[in-house]
Design a protein around this ligand. Structure first.
Ligand code: ACO
Length: 334
């Protein structure tokens, strides 16, 4: 093998069966289907049953990705798991997934970059493989948001946005001669905005780290300064996509598909407009799943691969913006 490169060998996704419509939310909080659709583009999202954990969602997505790649569990040499809704405060979901797949002994890394977690994870997988440390890595993005949302009037600004689901990819070494390989990543962060989108408690930054008051005042639920997030997202998404394309001498016209993290249809529309791309090239499924954070890009990627919209050799740009703030892109030939 001349040059060690990396490619996505298979994709998979899994969402729970239970569909939660906007009308259902309207029954428990002061909101409306019209407000949610107009401001976000979301019509429905999926919520887990009481038993299914974030790791379970990840396992289901991982098995589908393994099937598509033609791998067995034993082919996996390393696991990367991205989520903001882990089953436990610690240990992370990586080891839980490893155990459920029956792979004791292999390494498992947890990524806590929220909406950009999948792309930070993909960049790590790519680097491990290119440097020869591993040949085959399983990368999972999964979220079980439904248990952490505040389902009343005080939580309405965030509760209507999020849904549960998981996506996974099998990443493997290649020489790239068939035209299928990951090209490069751009990773950014600005921690000055950490307080604008966060769950504050429990956290070891306070003593004690969790009190009844913290639960009552809502700090154990997501806090989001929606306008600040929106303002930064519509700037950073196009910026990081153009950074990826220009670094390789491409223009937006060269791209077969942009797959943005699914935060808000208005953000996705603004990105398409700024890049001058037709809507069909900027992939969107937020209508059906809401924002599934670390899972949204791998779910959308898995869907477009299965639909045939993205084929082997397609030029694809994955991009995300979210909590931190962090933003990132990965450019690849699928
Ligand atoms: N139903 C009805 N009314 C609502 C709701 C709701 N669910 N939520 C808020 N409102 C009200 C507000 O209270 C406000 O009322 P007021 O004017 O009387 O004060 C009014 O609607 C407008 O609120 P805004 O916050 O100005 O609404 P905006 O148009 O900004 O839309 C939204 C809010 C959808 C959250 C938008 O700001 C947004 O999408 N922000 C970015 C979200 C995002 O990208 N998150 C990143 C990912 S997060 C992650 O994955 C971890």
């Amino acid at each position: 093998m001349t040059t060690r490169r990396t490619r996505i060998a298979g994709t998979g996704h899994y969402v729970p069966d239970r569909v939660v419509t906007n009308d259902e939310l309207e029954a428990v909080m002061d909101t409306s289907d019209e407000w949610i659709r107009e401001r976000t583009g979301i019509r429905e999202r999926r919520f887990t049953d009481s038993e299914t954990t974030c790791t379970d969602l990840g396992v289901a997505a991982a098995r589908r990705a393994l099937d598509e790649a033609g791998w067995s569990e034993k082919d996996v040499q390393f696991i990367i798991f991205a989520t903001l809704s882990p089953d436990m405060y610690f240990p992370g979901n990586g080891v839980l997934l490893q155990s459920k797949l029956g792979l004791p002994g292999i390494g498992a890394l947890d990524v806590r970059n929220q909406c950009t977690g999948f792309l930070y994870g993909l960049s790590a997988a790519d680097a491990y493989i290119r440097t020869g440390m591993y040949d085959r890595i399983l990368l999972v993005g999964s979220e079980r948001h439904s248990v952490g949302l505040r389902m009343d009037d005080r939580g309405r600004d965030t509760a209507v946005l999020f849904g549960d689901g998981a996506g996974a990819v099998c990443v493997e070494v290649t020489d790239g001669v068939d035209g299928s390989f990951i090209i490069r990543h751009h990773l950014h962060a600005d921690g000055r905005y950490a307080d604008e989108l966060c769950i504050r408690s429990p956290g070891a930054g306070t003593r004690p780290w969790l009190t009844r008051e913290m639960v009552d005042d809502g700090s154990s639920h997501p806090y989001m300064n929606g306008r600040e997030v929106f303002r930064n997202a519509v700037k950073r998404f196009p910026e990081v996509i153009l950074e990826a394309l220009e670094s390789e001498g491409y223009t937006p016209e060269n791209v077969d598909a942009v797959i943005p993290h699914q935060a808000n249809q208005r953000i996705t529309d603004a990105v398409a407009k700024r890049l001058g791309l037709p809507p069909e090239k900027v992939i969107s499924n937020i209508e059906y799943y809401g924002n599934t954070t670390a899972a949204s890009i791998p779910i959308a990627l898995s869907e477009v691969v299965k639909a045939g919209t993205v084929k082997r050799g397609s030029l694809v740009c994955l991009a995300a913006f979210g909590s931190g703030f962090t933003w990132a892109s990965s450019l690849l030939r699928y």
